[in-house]
Design a protein around this ligand. Structure first.
Ligand SMILES: Nc1ncnc2c1ncn2[C@@H]1O[C@H](COP(=O)(O)OP(=O)(O)O)[C@@H](O)[C@H]1O
Ligand SMILES: [Mg+2]
Length: 435
């Protein structure tokens, strides 16, 4: 939150304070607060209104929990809270409104997470542990640079679901609409389409880097990356397919590092088999966009990939995008069933739009640029915006964050209720989430 920072006050910060609207919420929170080693008597009644009143005359806590249930205009009221809440406070909100748009707007206004009521012990435990990890983590913003670097991996649950389409689109939007220097690193070294989508020749840069990782330095990056515009550059390859590429992943890791020094944003088109072969690549990725179609096979693999993140990279913020969606009657699996299976919400839904895809290929531009006047593709722009907000707030937890529990980036509770597919995919459930 953004009220003027007052160091004198911050030395008296409480670790945790909550303002809830009803006794059942207080009852749900107190035991978990105690588990975390915080004081249960810091759980007060009076919701957001009381939070604003109290914080206007006292120091902000490190972690603030506000119940928005009695708020008629949560966004407006959150702004009032921002006026009195000091920077550095991690604000957690909760309420009964299950609306992903509200959720995104709350995140954009600086809220760290939003929990959907009714609250349960597991979701509170996850949420508090994550908030604590964010507080403990070294700050993402290094004082020497104006903006923190944000690396986002785009991963398709299945081939053809549009991961590369979304990766190139995000890179284009972030560089063009948000004016950030952006590198698109296409790690599909044999069949990558990063350069193709931008109507560029991939060059030999990536292949050279893999064959000779010791050559990778700032100068190499400058030469090897193919410029698409003033602020967008691509590293992609069409490596020969008559022999395998021999690499232990060092080259990819080093490329990530050099790119981090040279660009504000990295978008990595990351084929899912990279998670298997080079899991350490995710260590420096703050956000993973999981692109999926709404099919049975994709549901199975989405579950497995989400579960992989939970065990291997719990600090990575996950965003799920359903792409190429058709009208409900034509879907292999409904959105609701899909969400039930993966036990979390889908964050963004993009329709199947053959016209835009064909137009993009014809004019040699990204899907986002070809469809920029198409309202149905609005969520793509929202996603690009969210990535920029996460980079600015440092809320995409930095790689060093040691979060105990994985933290899906969406309101919890509702999605877990679905589960018609769970009977089929039962043994693939995310560990610890099933009933
Ligand atoms: N929303 C969409 N509507 C229509 N076609 C799409 C959409 N998203 C992607 N495509 C098309 O699907 C094909 C596969 O996309 P691609 O991004 O290469 O998938 P992946 O990288 O996941 O294998 C491409 O021809 C692309 O133009
Ligand atoms: Mg691809």
């Amino acid at each position: 939150m953004n009220a003027p920072f007052n160091p004198a006050r911050s030395s008296h910060r409480e670790p945790f304070v909550a303002f809830v609207c009803d006794e059942s919420t207080a009852d749900a929170i107190r035991p978990i607060v105690a588990e975390m080693g915080w004081a249960p008597d810091k759980v007060h009644r009076g919701g957001l209104r009381n939070a604003v009143q109290t914080l206007s005359v006292s120091a902000s806590p490190n972690i603030l929990f506000v119940d928005l249930s009695e708020s008629g205009d949560p966004l407006n009221d959150i702004n009032a809270l921002a006026e009195v809440c000091e920077p550095g406070t991690v604000v957690l909100a909760s309420g009964q409104v299950n609306d992903v748009r509200l959720y995104r707007e709350l995140l954009a206004s600086g809220i760290h997470d939003y929990l959907l009521k009714p609250l349960n012990a597991d979701m509170l435990r996850d949420c508090f542990a994550h908030a604590q990890a964010v507080l403990n983590a070294p700050k993402a913003v290094d004082p020497g640079s104006e903006r923190a670097h944000c690396a986002t991996a785009v991963i398709g649950t299945r081939g053809g679901c549009g991961a590369s389409t979304i990766a190139t689109s995000l890179a284009w939007m972030i560089s063009e609409k948000h004016s950030r220097t952006t590198a698109l690193l296409d790690l599909d070294v044999h069949f990558g389409t990063g350069a193709l989508a931008l109507d560029l020749e991939p060059g030999r840069g990536l292949t050279d880097a893999i064959e000779n990782p010791s050559r990778i330095d700032g100068l190499f990056i400058e030469r090897a990356m193919v410029r698409a515009s003033e602020r967008l550059a691509v590293l992609s390859a069409e490596a020969p397919i008559n022999s395998p590429m021999m690499t232990d992943g060092t080259a990819f890791y080093q490329l990530q590092e050099e790119i981090r020094g040279a660009f504000e944003t990295t978008i990595i088109d990351l084929p899912r088999n990279m998670l298997v072969n080079h899991p350490h690549l995710i260590a420096d990725v703050q956000v993973a966009v999981i692109v999926t179609e709404l099919t049975l096979a994709a549901a199975r693999d989405a579950i497995r990939i989400l579960s992989w993140f939970k065990s291997n990279a719990p600090q990575t913020r996950l965003i799920v995008v359903a792409n190429k969606t058709h009208p409900a009657a034509m879907l292999e699996i409904s959105r609701k069933d899909f969400e039930g299976s993966i036990e979390r919400r889908i964050d963004y839904v993009l329709p199947y739009d053959q016209k835009v895809a064909a137009q993009a290929a014809k004019i040699g531009k990204t899907f986002a640029e070809a469809g920029k006047n198409n309202k149905a593709l609005g969520p793509l722009a929202e996603l690009a915006q969210q990535l920029c907000v996460l980079a600015d707030t440092g809320d995409a937890a930095p790689a060093a964050a040691k979060s105990k529990g994985a933290k899906p980036g969406t309101p919890r509770g509702e999605a877990a209720k679905g589960g018609s597919l769970l009977s089929k995919l039962g043994k693939l459930k995310l560990p610890g989430r099933g009933k």
